[in-house]
Structure formats: structure tokens, C-alpha cells
Design a protein. Structure first.
Length: 186
């Protein structure tokens, strides 16, 4: 039987430390000749087929307009090896600098979108805007992943999970419970 745990009051403004939805990603975008990269710590899977990802991109972020105008982006999954670059990207504006050049990243060519892939990342997911009905009200984009590129090794890369206040948690060990899994219950 599971053990009960004593709790204490906690500031509601910091619940993200427990509810963050997934690894920190780098979102790259392009509109005409202008590119940008933004750090994103909040996104959520919404559907398996088609593969839909929802995320909030602040209207004040330089990438917002590039994505809004082009209707596409690439969601890139960095590993812990890129943590300092991830923080620096999130602390600068693409309106002022070329982030690919400033941080020594390689812009790869996508096969379905014009937005650049980040070659140093473990995975790249080419996306198109699937639904923008919530953008005006909540800055909430729904993307469809139209092409995925993933490095074969490591199978389970160590990724970053943002807790707020400049702190990250690293993905840990993998625990399998396949013997208990019943896909028909999904």
C-alpha cells in the first residue's frame, strides 16, 4: 500500500515546478529572410494522429510574428549538453541578434517546412500551424508535426525540464511497466 505523505501550503504561482509538461525545447522559425530561435518550457501533446502539439508563445516574443506569418516552425529537442545555450537563447531577443550565429548553432534544411532545424539537437519536429483559433485570445498555437527527425542514440537522451526561477531538472532513469500496460484502455 502506498504511504500517505504530509503536505504544506505552497505558493500557487510556483505549481509549474510540479506540473511542467515536458522537456525544454528550442523553437526555430523563419519568415522570408529572417530566422529566430526561442526557448520554450511549456508545450503539450494534444493528439497522436495527426500528431498535434499545443503551446503558448508570448505575443512579445520575436518568434511569435515569424510563426504567425509563416504558419510553421520546428520544435527542436536539446539535450543537457546544450543547457547554457538554451538559457542564453531564452535570455536574448532574435530581433537584436542572429541566434544561430551568436550561439554557434547549425541551421539545417527541413524537408516539409522552410523553418530551420537545429542540427545540434537530438530531435527536430517540423510543424505547421494546424489551428490558430486560440492565438488571438491566449497566444495558444496548435501545431501538427508533419515530419520528425530523431537521432538513433542515445535511445533515451537526458533532457532539460524547467522548474522556474532559473532551475532545471534533468530527465532521469527509464522505468518500464510494459507488463502492466493495456493499450486498449487508452
Amino acid at each position: 500500500m502506498a504511504k500517505r505523505v504530509k503536505k504544506r501550503d505552497f505558493p500557487v504561482s510556483k505549481v509549474r515546478r510540479y506540473l511542467e509538461p515536458g522537456p525544454v525545447v528550442l523553437v526555430s522559425s523563419r519568415f522570408r529572410d529572417e530566422t529566430d530561435i526561442m526557448t520554450m518550457g511549456w508545450h503539450t501533446m494534444m493528439e497522436f494522429t495527426p500528431s498535434l502539439v499545443g503551446c503558448v508563445i508570448s505575443e512579445g516574443n520575436h518568434s511569435f510574428e515569424l510563426i504567425r506569418k509563416s504558419g510553421e516552425c520546428v520544435i527542436n529537442v536539446p539535450t543537457t549538453a546544450l543547457i547554457d545555450i538554451v538559457v542564453k537563447i531564452g535570455s536574448t531577443s532574435g530581433a537584436e541578434i542572429d541566434k544561430f550565429q551568436a550561439f554557434g548553432l547549425t541551421a539545417g534544411k527541413g524537408s516539409k517546412v522552410k523553418a530551420p532545424l537545429i542540427a545540434e539537437c537530438h530531435a527536430n519536429f517540423e510543424c505547421r500551424v494546424h489551428d490558430d483559433a486560440l492565438v488571438d485570445r491566449y497566444n495558444f498555437f496548435i501545431f501538427e508535426v508533419v515530419k520528425a527527425h530523431v537521432a538513433p542514440r542515445p535511445k533515451h537522451p537526458e533532457t532539460l525540464h524547467y522548474l522556474g526561477d532559473g532551475e532545471f531538472e534533468l530527465s532521469g532513469r527509464i522505468i518500464s511497466r510494459r507488463r502492466l500496460f493495456r493499450p486498449e484502455m487508452l
